[in-house]
Every structure is written in structure tokens, then in C-alpha cells.
Design a binder for this molecule. Sequence first.
Ligand code: NI
Length: 253
Amino acid sequence: MIFETHAHLNDPAFDEDREHLILGLPEKGIEAVMNVGCCLESSGDCIALAEKYPFVYASVGSHPDSADEVNEAVIEKYRQMAGHPKVLAIGEIGLDYYYETIPREIQQKAFRMQMELAKELDMPVIVHERNAHDDGMRIVKEFPGVTGVFHCYSGSAEMARQLVNMGWYIGFTGVLTFKNARKAVETAESIPLERIVLETDCPFMAPEPFRGKRNDPGYLYRMAERLAEIRGISVEEVHAVTTDNAKKLYRLG
Ligand code: NI
């Protein structure tokens, strides 16, 4: 059984078959799903979904693309939502300088406000960081007591080793299975297995040989197969260790 550490099952891409898909996940080997919020509205949807299915959990937070909605009133709403028993993390939060739909200063302010909330509530965070490695590292270092996962990791192996030493987990998506995934593979080879978690980031980023299709947690076995290949260990060990890591990351049981 594997722990899916980053999904967006509330996405409209699942409107046609969401219930059927989620109910079928246990028989596809999925033990638990962290369904991740991206803005105030989707965070509410994540909680509603988590209330419906015992193995689905939720996080609340504003993605860098929604950074402009973050203010004290929104933080107060997240503070209240975080008290829900199925809400296990603050996220996804962070910086995205690839699309940069929102100006950098606004992204940084929203990131800091939500890191501050995680610190206050003593909760793990789910960080989205793309093309913003230096600023991302600088801001997480301002909050030494706060850790969590750098999801869909895209930094260098050296940066991952630094994060691991600071107590962070590194999340790998289907990118690991892509032919041009040199950096992700190098990172997955060189950090301790005890710090790696697996995710789909569905409906995006479907792994090979499903690249381009709608992704869903049922494809997570491909990331596990690829990680087993990279590390030279059994798929069973990858399932067991990464699931254990995910439970530690989200402080479950
Ligand atoms: Ni995501």
C-alpha cells in the first residue's frame, strides 16, 4: 500500500467520475491520500472531500498563483479550518517564478504569512517552489521550527541535501519517470530513502507511459517502480518506507 502525498481530487477534471475513482483507490494499493488546497475556496472543498472518505486527508493554504488573496482575514479562516481533525498541513504555499502570475513580493508576503501560521499552529507545510530556489530557501530558513515537504521537487541534489539536514521531506512526482528527468533522478539517488515521499500532483504530471493523460492516484505505482529501479531496491521496500515517511511528515498515528 502507498501513501499519495499530493493530489487535487477536488479539481474539475474529476467532476465526471470522482466518487467512483476515489472508492476504487484502496484496491489499487492506495492507503491514504493527502488532498491539497490551493486557495481559500479549494481548501474548503478539500475538507468536504476529506469528511466524505476516511482515507482522504486535507491541507489548507494559498498557492503562489493565489497569493494575492492572502490577508489577515484569510489567515484567520485558515486558522479555524486547521482545527478540523482531517486537516494535517498548511499548503500548498510557496513561490512560483516560472509563471509569475502574481508579483514576487506578493508571493513572498503570502508565503511568510502562511509559514508564520504553520509555526503558530505547529503544523507541517507543503511547499510549492518553482524557479525560485534561492528565495525559497531563504524564506524557509527564516522559520527554523517549521518543516514539511518540498513537493514536486525541482531543485538541485545539493539543495535537497540541505533541506533534508534541516528536517524536510522531498516529494517526487511522475517527473521521475520522464526520460529527461536527470536532476530529479540524481536527487532521488543521493538523499536518504527515509526522506522521500511519493505524489502524483494529479490531475497534472501523469507518469510514463501515461504522460499527457489525466493523472490520478492509481498511477502512483509507477513512481514507486521507478524509485525502486533508481535505488536498486524492491518495490515493496519503496512502498513500505515512503508510506512510513508520509505518516511521519503528516504526523499521522
Ligand atoms: Ni499541487
